[in-house]
Design a protein around this ligand. Structure first.
Ligand code: FE2
Length: 359
């Protein structure tokens, strides 16, 4: 029997809720931990009764309004996306409850100054299949390219759906940023042409003698015209994953993207990349055989320009069988320091910096 309540393996991301440190996954069971000792404290219970079985480990935060946002997919005969915000404490405020006949697997979403952006890829599930199939969660989702991909814009203030816009089918895990300009909404994502990326990441496939080629991603900039309902996109770069920005610029136009570079055949990740979004120029960091993790940008205290700070990445070094924390100057993308540990650290997925200010 399928149950959403059986895993507390919250290894996807961390955040803060009600000033508490939280580890998260896609089941809506946030686990509080002690930031000093990393000891598990326990499940954080919300002060509300919002319904849902699936969430994202990519909540958004608006630095201008001090609100955080996320949504829950509630699977039932009448499945819904319950979109909510948290302004303080542990109470989630329902913004919108949107009908989803066959809910889509969405790993993240977009946020602009006025809108929440749900991008529903045609990787969809029948709720009954989830309950009855007994198969692993993601294997219940079916690729239905004929449905295309659907962008739903939700007004943050009143929860009204401003518009639903369709495009060709594609899949993505990660939104990068979204913002509004000239009555258009710009949405940046790391995309794949279909859902094969999920199949290629199964451990037995990766470990097998004949691993699949990992599909090459495209960093795409989608533009939705609010006047005419048009949806178009531009390919900005290829072969990237785990994208990060200076998160102070979330919901606003930005100039720099940090990401890992993915090799399509030989290795999982092989370089860190900084991209100038305006010019397309890029610089990268590599070290032979090393496999870097997600680059986390940390602004310098009092920084006046977007890329003034450092980039942190936990790097797996198969040469020594150990890992190290790499610190890059985010302007030059040159190494400032590294801190090695006497063992390897298995690949993490996402991380955040909550330490002292960088001076
Ligand atoms: Fe993610």
């Amino acid at each position: 029997m399928f149950s959403y309540d059986t895993t507390d393996n919250t290894n996807v991301n961390i955040t803060k809720i009600d000033n508490k440190f939280i580890a998260m996954t896609e089941t809506p069971i946030p686990i509080e931990y002690d930031p000093e000792t990393l000891d598990t404290i326990g499940v954080l219970r919300y002060d509300d009764k919002l319904l849902g079985n699936l969430t994202t480990a990519h909540p958004h935060y608006d630095h201008n309004t001090n609100e955080s946002f996320n949504y829950l997919t509630h699977f039932s005969r009448n499945s819904k996306y319950n979109v909510y915000s948290i302004t303080a404490g542990k109470t989630r405020n329902l913004i919108a409850s949107i009908e989803a006949k066959t809910p889509s697997y969405m790993h993240s979403f977009g946020l602009t100054e006025h809108y929440i952006v749900l991008v529903e890829f045609p990787l969809v599930v029948n709720s009954l299949d989830l309950l009855l199939s007994g198969r692993p969660f993601i294997e219940n989702f079916k690729w239905r390219p004929e449905q295309g991909t659907k962008f739903t814009l939700i007004n943050r203030l009143d929860g009204k759906v401003v518009g639903i816009y369709s495009s060709e089918p594609f899949f993505a895990f990660h939104h990068i940023n979204a913002f509004e300009v000239d009555n258009k909404v710009v949405i940046d994502m790391i995309t794949y042409k279909d859902n094969n990326i999920i199949n290629s990441l199964y451990l037995d496939v990766l470990r097998g003698n004949d691993p699949m080629d990992i599909p090459v991603s495209q960093y795409r900039r989608f533009t939705i015209g609010l006047d005419d309902g048009s949806v178009g996109y531009k390919i900005m770069h290829e072969g990237l994953e785990l994208p990060r920005i200076n998160y102070q610029l979330n919901t606003r136009n930005y100039n720099f993207l940090y990401a890992v570079g993915m090799s399509s055949v030989t290795s999982f990740t092989y370089r860190l990349v900084k991209i100038d979004v305006q010019t397309g120029d890029s610089v990268s960091w590599t070290e032979q055989n090393c496999q870097p993790g997600e680059p986390v940008f940390v602004p310098r205290h009092g920084a006046k320009v977007e890329d003034d700070g450092v980039v942190l990445s936990v790097v797996l070094d198969p040469n020594s069988g150990k890992s190290f924390l790499l610190v890059l100057d985010s302007k030059s993308f040159k190494e400032i320091a590294r801190a090695s540990v006497p063992h390897h650290i298995p690949f993490g997925i996402h991380g955040q910096y909550y330490g002292d200010e960088v001076t």
